[in-house]
Design a protein around this ligand. Structure first.
Ligand code: N01
Length: 543
């Protein structure tokens, strides 16, 4: 299938060269359509391109956190560690870009600034930071759900004269903190990974904690070659189980007995429950997401796990007062993203590390020399902002997107993002989201989710065919029904009990709303399948 394209006119424009955007581009190229992918960074890799802070690594097993669409790729690539670190993930992304000849249709160092639907031509007019305007029949926003890094608007932010670093915009050549006094603000996943490494370099580390995370040991190690062989021998079956049988998209082959525990925490004796928790503790990684099936819906069940993890944490920290601060979580476990660490809590046993709790308080201001908390000034040479992201909607809202009748996407999303199946918003024809709002990016392996969405979009383009003026738009009814379903599923969970990025609650002023679908991967796939199996009846198709 081909359509005529001038250099400034494409069948498809994709925004973002993360794993979702790259695979989308591959499928479009295979389809024989013209495509241009724009990427703000100077290379591929998306979240792994930007998040180069010390200690950044994946917390889903590498053999699962990898593309599933190409059997040869699966067999030829060999991971060095159970959980790959950022540099290796970048090598993988670059390998994929070369292997599938993606670079000729990519343009780096270019942000898309606006995408405006032009009714007369039935095409998107897309402007970039390089001053270009291009036109595209379809636009795919593969901008990622954790890509818009956020530094809070602290008083005196610009007064501080030392070095400032944001974990999600880390300098390409790294930073040497040897001998420095350093402050880390934040104790989410990024901080939990960075703190143990940075603590080894600095003369003094201050960690400013507002809300303690729950963190469990990652148990990273070199990848066992026998394990790799087993995985590679059964990849097709394993991938099927990841997609169809797992709750969150991961299985962990080494895990015995069944990884996904489909019982209530109270369907078993206290001893059996403890055994499940202990086995998972020893296994490492994010396996509690697959433990008892009511941990996210029943507060009492949740507390059995939360108290188990708190007790384990206390055992890792020598000073009981520090342990108390680190375990004073006042929200259910798993309702903020679980962290998986290597020596995070043990780092607080070092003489050069001090935990400063700002719970119920705040960082009063930044000064030229440091920052002030509880009236005390902490003088530091560098401040690291591990303060998270304007998640899910942030990257899209940085682009001016206007649909039918010039409607601004942000107005359509007033209060909360809306997208049928997390794929399309009503009034924005031929515009697709990957790993975006209202899909289940929050609690599902992002690799599997985005692959599934890419293949859905690709099949949809096949269905639409080559007519130049064909359009597809999610019907408002379908979008409303999806939002109702998403809320129904969400309200039976404990998610609303935490101020997490899942709820948009980490960004001051952002409307509090569930941003992701919590129905699990299999349920999401089923809903999407139904959406296309009936001939796209939930969509308005115009030819
Ligand atoms: O961000 P976060 P992150 N004053 O939002 C604190 C993924 N990820 O970059 O909790 C003081 O979790 C904030 O405090 P509080 C993963 O999905 C994965 O660490 O809002 N502190 C919190 O402690 C993760 O969930 C990996 O009270 C302020 C921290 O900053 C997501 O990315 C690795 C503050 C932000 O934590 C985000 O993680 C890294 C303020 N004004 C990230 N504002 C893997 O392992 C914010 N904070 C694969």
């Amino acid at each position: 299938m081909t359509t005529a394209s001038s250099p400034q006119s494409f069948d498809v424009v994709i925004v973002g060269a993360g794993f979702a955007g790259m695979y989308m581009q591959h499928r479009i190229q295979q389809r024989g359509l013209s495509v241009r992918l724009y990427e703000a960074g100077s290379g591929v890799g998306g979240t792994w391109y930007w998040n180069r802070y010390p200690g950044a690594r994946v917390d889903v097993e590498s053999v699962e956190y990898s593309y599933t669409f190409d059997a040869e790729l699966e067999q030829e690539w060999s991971w060095s560690e159970r959980y790959a670190a950022q540099p290796e993930l970048m090598r993988y992304a670059n390998h994929v870009a070369d292997r599938f000849n993606l670079r000729p249709n990519m343009q780096f160092n270019t942000k898309v600034t606006s995408a405006v639907w032009e009714e007369a031509s039935r095409r998107w007019q897309i402007k970039t930071s390089q001053g270009e305007t291009v036109s595209a029949k379809y636009c795919v926003l593969a901008t990622g759900f954790l890509s818009s890094g956020s530094i809070p608007d602290f008083d005196g932010l610009n007064d501080y004269q030392g070095n400032k670093y944001l974990t999600s915009r880390w300098p390409e050549n790294g930073v040497d903190f040897t001998g420095q006094r350093v402050a880390v603000i934040g104790t989410g996943s990024s901080a939990v990974q960075a703190i143990p490494i940075i603590a080894q370099q600095v003369s003094q580390l201050y960690v400013f904690q507002r809300t303690p995370s729950y963190s469990i040991p990652l148990r990273n190690c070199p990848l066992d070659r026998e394990y790799e062989k087993r995985v590679k021998a059964m990849y097709p079956e394993w991938r099927r189980r990841q997609r169809e049988e797992s709750r969150a998209g991961f299985i962990a082959l080494n895990y015995e007995p069944a990884y996904s525990n489909e019982q209530s925490a109270f369907a078993v004796s206290a001893e059996e429950r403890l055994k499940d928790y202990e086995t998972r503790w020893e296994s490492g990684g994010l396996c509690y997401y697959s433990s008892f099936n009511d941990l996210l819906t029943n507060q009492e069940a949740n507390e059995t796990l939360a108290s188990f993890v708190r007790e384990k944490t206390r055992q890792r920290v020598k000073d009981p007062a520090v342990a108390e601060l680190l375990t004073s979580q006042d929200y259910p476990i798993l309702t903020k993203r679980l962290c998986a660490d290597t020596n995070y809590y043990e780092t607080y046993n070092r003489d050069n590390v001090k935990l400063v709790s700002i719970k119920g308080s705040r960082i009063e201001k930044l000064t030229p020399k440091g920052l002030v908390v509880h009236g005390e000034e902490y003088e530091v040479d560098s401040i690291i902002f591990a303060t998270g992201f304007d998640a899910v909607t942030g990257a899209v809202s940085n682009i001016e997107v206007r649909g039918v009748n010039g409607e601004n996407l942000q107005d359509h999303w007033e209060g909360a993002p809306r997208a049928y199946l997390g794929l399309m918003s009503n009034g924005f024809p031929n515009l697709f989201f990957l790993d975006g709002p209202c899909a289940n990016g929050a609690l599902v392996s992002p690799m599997l989710l985005s692959e599934y969405q890419v293949e859905w979009v690709d099949r949809c383009l096949g269905f639409l065919g080559t007519a130049p003026e064909v359009t597809i738009d999610a019907k408002l009814d379908a979008e409303n029904a999806w939002m109702t379903h998403m809320d129904e599923v969400g309200k039976h969970t404990l998610m609303h009990m935490a101020n997490s990025w899942y709820m948009g609650a980490n960004i001051p002023g952002k409307p509090r709303a569930l941003l992701s679908y919590l129905g699990g991967l299999a349920a999401y796939r089923e809903q999407c399948r139904a959406g296309e199996a009936n001939g796209y009846q939930q969509f308005a198709v115009s030819r």
